[in-house]
Design a protein around this ligand. Sequence first.
Ligand SMILES: Nc1ncnc2c1ncn2[C@@H]1O[C@H](COP(=O)(O)OP(=O)(O)OP(=O)(O)O)[C@@H](O)[C@H]1O
Ligand SMILES: [Mg+2]
Length: 217
Amino acid sequence: MNKILLQAENISHSFDYPLFSNINLKIEESDSIAILGRSGSGKSTLLHIFSSFIEPNIGKVELLNRDLYSLSKEEIEDIRRNRLGIIFQAHYLFKGMKAIENLEIASLLSNEEIDNSLLKRLEIEELMEQKIGELSGGQQQRVSIARVLSKKPTLIFADEPTGNLDKETAKLVMSVLLEYIEEHKSAMILVTHDEEMAKLCNRSYKLEHNLSLNPFP
Ligand SMILES: Nc1ncnc2c1ncn2[C@@H]1O[C@H](COP(=O)(O)OP(=O)(O)OP(=O)(O)O)[C@@H](O)[C@H]1O
Ligand SMILES: [Mg+2]
């Protein structure tokens, strides 16, 4: 039987207006899940709730068999550092440093070796000596994905990881991510506007006007 990595129960959240209510989702190892929805529907907020950054108004998130929002700051910090792969819209690379230095920091923090075959797959191995600030948006995005996968995360949360990429490079990045989760019995939740990318995942959902998360199509 596959292990459950994340279980969200009855999640509701509002900021200025209610974003979603009563959301339930279960994620097992080797799962890849896409979340679609209009701009402003709350996709990023939902991803932040699942990944330890925002406590929901109502509901429970069990992450790796722990009741996420009952944990201490230190315990959450430890899970984020060692178990989660977070690929968000603003990528957290050190702009003044070389690409390779960014990967070295991640590898030091997580005690995992840099995987050179991954750099080759992402077509960024030639860029390693360049400063992040000198790379294009899409190149930075791929360095940031390499940095996250170097940590060997158990669960990947990706907010439009292919947003800055042309179709061919986007497909390449998706296949690198999907191969990673297959090989490491990891799982991924992906937010995207691109239905073609969503189709590559094994399940898709859409955040709808009625505040629920429905299977899509
Ligand atoms: N920290 C916050 N404080 C107050 N309101 C917020 C906060 N974060 C998000 N919101 C509001 O919640 C709504 C949903 O935002 P969210 O970023 O989750 O949407 P989204 O579906 O990811 O949109 P997009 O596709 O444009 O990225 C927006 O109206 C936004 O202004
Ligand atoms: Mg968003």
